[in-house]
Design a protein around this ligand. Structure first.
Ligand code: PLP
Length: 378
């Protein structure tokens, strides 16, 4: 968490602890703090304060979009094949339609057009992908949705996008936007949804009527206050330091690819002037390394103080490539060796140097073991 977000949060865990739904002075104080946080979030997300719903995070927001819309008006949901599971599973569970992506991870607009019709009531396309960082062209998507699916609302999962994009501008074409605080230095377990006025979505939680009857349950005041502080600091950082993060990402990706035989940056095409990363968020470096299994690489990396994520997961004992890489048509063997580095505003050049030292050495070690054991993938 950002230090200022922790500091903002602490009083609401102690002396300013009251329930914001109460009527007494302490309750009014908590309510006022929440109102101030709502104003900040509304400004940063390009919404009216009354259009903000505080939630428990990204999963709740994504579920609200799909189930809340279908429960309200029926019809069919459509989403991209590279959505986070918090969108994907609800859409699949209600028999929705899936839209393919190309080798870069960009929405296949012809496929999207073919999946839209007046029966469709919700389209969900993430603003930026959590594994490869590809950014969606929401303007073109919204235009197509309005023409082909006039009964649909457009939801976007902007959970990964918030640190890197001006959400107010980028997500303006969407009727509903989901964010989660822990992706930008806020606490885990708190988030927000923008639900534009006039968008018909049923609540998933009913009871006490909080959040203007759209999400019942006592609000997480400390989390909400900390989220607003983290959001403001993140946007300030973005304005000052986005270029520096992108440069570090470029140095990391270029460095790894030049030191590791056969490594490729996932979905990034090369132009005459070098790799085209213009449609990527600055904070993700995702590469695939042939002949290794990412879990083994992560284990070695961790021992040297480098913490990263695999783009594959271990389902029922066997490594499975991620659904994102599968949808992009990445070769299975390559996909099993995928690894994602997340870079933040506080990442230093020395940390990038450390990764550039540790990862090629670990890959060399794994390849040597593999050679000694008859080419078996390790
Ligand atoms: N959507 C995306 C793109 C994510 O990356 C995540 C979390 O990693 C979520 C949704 C779920 O958010 P939460 O963990 O806050 O429920």
């Amino acid at each position: 968490m950002r230090k200022d977000a922790v500091e903002a949060m602490l009083p609401f865990l102690s002396e300013r602890y009251a329930n914001p739904s109460g009527a007494h002075r302490l309750a009014r104080d908590a309510h006022r703090a929440m109102d101030e946080a709502r104003l900040v979030m509304a400004e940063l997300l390009g919404a009216e304060p009354g259009e903000i719903i505080f939630t428990s995070g990204g999963t709740e927001g994504d579920n609200l979009a799909v189930f809340g819309r279908l429960d309200n008006v029926g019809g069919v949901a459509v989403c991209s094949a590279i959505e986070h599971h918090a969108v994907l599973e609800p859409v699949v569970s209600r028999g929705g339609r899936m839209v393919g992506v190309d080798a870069r991870g960009c929405i296949d607009m012809d496929d999207l057009a073919s999946k839209l019709d007046p029966q469709v009531t919700l389209v969900s396309v993430m603003t930026a992908n959590n594994e490869i960082g590809v950014i969606a062209d929401l303007n073109s998507i919204a235009e197509l949705v309005r023409v082909r699916a006039p009964n649909a609302i457009l939801h976007t999962d902007a959970v990964q996008a918030f640190p890197w994009l001006d959400i107010a501008a980028h997500c303006a074409p969407a009727d509903m936007v989901t964010i989660s605080a822990h992706k930008f230095g806020g606490p885990k377990g708190v988030g927000a949804v923008v639900l534009r006025d006039g968008t018909d979505v049923s609540p998933r939680q009913i009871g006490g009527g909080q959040e203007r009857e759209r999400r019942s349950g006592t609000q997480n005041v400390a989390g909400i206050v900390a989220m607003a502080r983290a959001a403001q600091s993140t946007v300030d950082d973005r304005i000052r330091n986005l270029g520096a993060v992108a440069k570090r990402r470029d140095r990391l990706a270029d460095g790894l690819i030049s030191c590791i035989d056969g490594a490729v940056e996932t979905g990034v095409v090369s132009t005459g002037h070098g790799p085209d990363r213009s449609m990527r968020t600055a904070g993700i470096c995702h590469i695939c390394i042939p002949g290794i299994e990412s879990e083994a690489l992560l284990f070695l990396a961790e021992q040297s103080g480098v913490f990263a994520s695999a783009g594959a997961s271990c389902a029922s004992g066997a490594m499975e490539p991620s659904h994102v890489l599968e949808a992009m048509g990445v070769d299975r063997d390559l996909a099993l060796g995928s690894i994602r580095f997340s870079i933040g505003y506080e990442t230093t050049d020395d940390e990038i140097d450390l990764v550039l030292e540790v990862i090629p050495e670990a890959v060399g070690k794994l390849r040597r073991y593999s050679g000694e054991s008859g080419g078996r993938r390790i």
